[in-house]
Write a protein that binds this ligand. Structure first.
Ligand SMILES: *Cc1c(COP(=O)(O)O)cnc(C)c1O
Length: 334
């Protein structure tokens, strides 16, 4: 084992992901939309707190918190956040309090992920300020408070975007490559949604360290493409440093697309809604309106433009998010 692989292996974790998530051959969907064979990596089926990519990340992040003796996890985002819902559930599993900070005003009705975070017992706070950075300030304040009264707070940055989260997605890359090898398929494109960029950072780093043979097509759902790409590269560099790896990230073929955000983060787009319906009708699998629906909408648009003409197999990351299907309040458009 190389040194970085040994360090990655040795990171504390909760081991919530006992089994690899399925790699689903979406044959009916591929036939319906045309183009390459589509493979869905079903991280939405991770069996804790409704699953999704945030559970993968928190397996390492909360594992780190526990190993440091923390007794309270503090994090935040918008009320639609999958990260906060997963953090509330996993903090509880690990015996930590969860303090959740949301930007904006408390919604009139508790729906979707916000409702689930409350059900899971998180102590929720609203900043009453639509500015997302207000969450960061409130997280710091809460950490200071807990510390001052003798507690052991552990801060997870807004949306869960941190280097340990990226390392969890390196493990996802490793898991997926092994599955592809076992099935005898070699996707030459990976399509994913990008928000806070930890997932993309991990796939970038994993692709570089493991020599995966694919190009990454990343669909931004919130930030301009350049900003999302820069964040992903910075997080990947920091993640690499944690395990003493020196990847050549610039050698990785990665294209970040900023044209599929629609009206704004958390606001459904017509293309995303069409993509959700297409996948549901072909496969009886639900994407979500905030991330994966827009990513699939982006894929279908690029496919229509001929971008995948020479491609046989495409891997699509189903990163979860279905609770947002049951929330009617939109995030603030950015
Ligand atoms: C957070 C999230 C993403 C994006 O992951 P980042 O690491 O924040 O870029 C994609 N899909 C779903 C369902 C998510 O909750």
């Amino acid at each position: 084992m190389t040194e970085w692989a040994a360090k990655l292996d040795a990171l504390p974790r909760l081991s919530l992901l006992a089994q690899a998530t399925p790699l689903h051959a979406a044959e009916r969907l591929s036939a319906a939309v045309g183009g390459p064979r589509l493979w869905l990596k079903r991280d939405d089926l991770i069996p804790t707190a409704f699953g999704g990519n945030k559970v993968r990340a928190l397996d390492l992040v909360v594992g780190d918190a526990v190993s440091r003796g923390a007794d309270a996890l503090i994090t935040g985002a918008g009320p639609l956040s999958n990260h906060v819902r997963a953090a509330a559930g996993i903090a509880g599993l690990a015996g930590l309090d969860c303090i959740a900070v949301y930007w904006g005003a408390k919604p009139r009705r508790a729906e979707g992920n916000y409702r689930l975070a409350v059900t899971l017992g998180a102590q929720v706070h609203f900043t009453d300020d639509p500015d997302r950075a207000s969450v960061d300030r409130e997280i710091s304040r809460k950490a200071f408070e807990i510390d001052a009264r003798g507690g052991r707070p552990y801060v997870v940055p807004r949306g869960g975007a941190c280097p340990l989260a990226a390392l969890a997605h390196v493990l996802a890359t490793q898991e997926t490559l092994a599955q592809c090898a076992a099935l005898g398929v070699a996707p030459t494109r990976v399509v994913m949604a990008v928000g806070g960029s930890a997932t993309l950072a991990g796939w970038l780093l994993g692709t570089a360290l493991l020599g995966a043979p694919w190009r990454i097509e990343a669909i931004s759902v919130s930030r301009p493409a350049e900003e999302a790409a820069a964040r992903a590269h910075a997080l990947a560099e920091d993640a690499a440093a944690l395990i003493g790896a020196r990847p050549n990230l610039n050698a990785i073929d990665c294209r970040v697309h900023g044209a599929f955000i629609g009206p704004g983060y958390g606001v459904p787009s017509p293309e995303g809604e069409e993509a959700i319906a297409a996948v549901a009708r072909a496969e009886a699998i639900f994407l979500d309106p905030v991330y994966t629906g827009k990513a699939m909408g982006g894929y279908l648009n690029l496919l229509g433009g001929g971008a995948f003409a020479d491609v046989d197999d495409v891997l699509f990351l189903h990163t979860g998010g279905a609770p947002a299907l049951f929330a009617s309040f939109p995030e603030q458009a950015s």
